[in-house]
Design a protein around this ligand. Structure first.
Ligand code: SF4
Length: 70
């Protein structure tokens, strides 16, 4: 389990944006910790067509913080 920092996918609103949030995704956001074995789709408009899959500890310049943990 990795502690997440701002700028990483696990705390980005586009992480898993393409589907309803799973319990696991909510837990990642609430606890700010990223399991190494979790992979989800990035819903950023520039990536969505490519179906980019990322881990909670990945990141890019398209990062936007998730508003509030659900
Ligand atoms: S790849 Fe970039 S835009 Fe997509 S979830 Fe990660 S930080 Fe957010």
């Amino acid at each position: 389990m990795m502690t997440l920092e701002q700028g990483q996918c696990g705390l980005c609103k586009h992480f898993g944006e393409t589907h309803e949030p799973t319990e696991r995704l909510v837990q990642i956001r609430v606890h700010g910790e990223g399991p190494e074995d979790y992979i989800d789709e990035c819903g950023h408009p520039k990536h969505a067509d490519l179906h980019l899959k990322v881990t909670p500890i990945s990141g890019c310049d398209g990062f936007e913080p998730v508003a509030e943990a659900a």
